[in-house]
Design a protein around this ligand. Structure first.
Ligand SMILES: [Zn+2]
Length: 194
């Protein structure tokens, strides 16, 4: 069953060990921030720092594991039709929109959507780390180290498939930041398999 996350919103759900999560970009150029917490102990959480450290590269793709803060593998990427996802930047938030865009009435962003979706699972906003930003295209200039948020490389129907290696609570968004999504807000689709 395909579930739709409407533009600028989020969802959270259980994903048990051995189950697979397919995240689909139905229209193209749409980012989805993903978080994972250990289901029976949400103090164990997805870790950008550990995952990038152990992979020794910035862009994770098919075959790469996503580690927790306790260095356990939470998820593994088993298919990836895009090959460009970000694991550096935090979820967009009302502060992102205030500081970067100068919005006076800022949207709560992925951060607010993730916090609301995760609240029933006992996750507080301060426990939200850097997300695995599916389809987000952040480039690094090798000379200056400047970061640029470029349009996603995903086309309509592109997907990533992740397999859970422990029982998890996963949260996903349809990202709310203009720059990340080439200036239009679109839905995200997901399917839990197995
Ligand atoms: Zn976002």
């Amino acid at each position: 069953m395909t579930i739709e996350i409407p533009p600028r919103s989020g969802a959270a759900f259980r994903l048990n060990a051995g189950q697979r999560l397919r995240v689909i970009d139905p229209q193209g150029e749409q980012v989805s921030d993903m978080l994972a917490f250990k289901a029976d102990d949400v103090a164990e959480v997805i870790s950008s720092g550990r995952s990038l450290d152990y992979a020794s590269k910035l862009y994770l793709t098919t075959g790469d594991p996503l580690y927790s803060n306790r260095s356990n593998v939470m998820l593994r990427i088993v298919e990836d039709t895009v090959g460009r996802h970000d694991f550096l930047l935090t979820p967009c938030s009302k502060d992102t929109f205030r500081i970067i865009y100068g919005d006076e009435q800022p949207h709560r962003g992925c951060f607010g959507n993730l916090a609301e979706a995760l609240e029933p699972y006992g996750v507080t906003p301060d426990q939200i780390p850097t997300a695995f930003n599916i389809f987000m295209n952040v480039t690094v200039d090798p000379a200056t180290s400047e970061l640029k948020v470029e349009p996603p490389l995903s086309k309509a129907g592109d997907h990533i498939l992740l397999e859970a290696e422990m029982d998890l609570v996963v949260a996903l968004t349809a990202c709310s930041a203009l720059q990340s999504n080439n200036y239009s807000f679109k839905p995200i689709h997901y399917v839990i398999e197995g």
